[in-house]
Design a protein around this ligand. Structure first.
Ligand code: SF4
Ligand code: SF4
Length: 219
């Protein structure tokens, strides 16, 4: 049955397997109560290139978003249980999931007009926030965008690789120094540049030891 033919939720699971929700202020309490962990979330930073499900195209993010992670190499929400075809946190699911009706987009469009929380509304540790600010400046999505759309490839690659190397080194260093789990880093510092480069049609290959190269991705 197509969404337009539905009048209620048939629990087909399509919405949970095609996207994960972004958090609203009403969901912050789920993090405070430990029902949602930093390792289950990631941040999309302002200025990042992202795919907009509503508009069906890539666009530059104007405001930061916190999202629930997707399963590896999938667009399915990590809380969707394929075997039981159900949400594993149903009674505590985020507001966006409560509001979503595939047969009626109006409630979701109304919800999207509301301001959403950023890391600064969730993290209370001032030292950690300072480190986040420092990382945001050194690994700025806006600067990254400027470099990747730079027309002189040699300039683009040199500065980009410098930024990518710094980002990867920083994550490893800070995770060790502050005792953060690797799975939490995408929430505290946003996605690594290795992931951010994909919507531009590039991939980064190599390793920290052997060095990285930027290549056009095969579509
Ligand atoms: S709201 Fe989601 S689970 Fe319910 S019918 Fe629509 S796509 Fe399926
Ligand atoms: S939190 Fe639950 S309801 Fe929301 S997208 Fe994930 S699996 Fe679906």
């Amino acid at each position: 049955m197509r969404p337009a033919e539905k009048t209620g939720c048939t629990r087909c699971g399509s919405c949970c397997t095609h996207q994960s929700p972004s958090l609203h202020f009403q969901d912050v309490k789920l993090i405070k109560r430990g029902l949602l962990q930093p390792s289950q979330l990631y941040t999309l930073r302002r200025g990042e290139r992202v795919f907009d499900n509503i508009e069906g195209k890539n666009k530059t993010l104007e405001k930061e978003l916190i999202k629930i992670k997707e399963k590896p190499k999938s667009s399915s929400c990590i809380f969707y249980d394929q075997i039981s075809s159900a949400c594993s946190i149903y009674s505590q699911r985020p507001l966006q999931c409560r509001v979503f009706q595939c047969w009626n987009t109006q409630p979701l469009l109304e919800l999207f007009k509301e301001q959403k929380p950023t890391r600064r509304d969730i993290i209370k540790d001032k030292d950690l926030l300072e480190i986040i600010n420092y990382h945001d400046q050194r690994v700025s999505p806006e600067r990254f965008h400027g470099l990747i759309t730079e027309e002189i490839p040699s300039k683009r690659d040199t500065e980009l690789l410098e930024m990518i190397n710094f980002d990867l080194y920083f994550r490893e260093f800070i995770s060790e120094k502050l005792g953060l789990q690797k799975e939490e880093l995408d929430f505290y510092f946003g996605r690594s540049l290795i992931q951010c480069i994909r919507p531009y049609g590039y991939v980064i290959r190599g390793s920290q030891k052997e060095g990285y190269v930027i290549e056009a991705s095969k579509r």
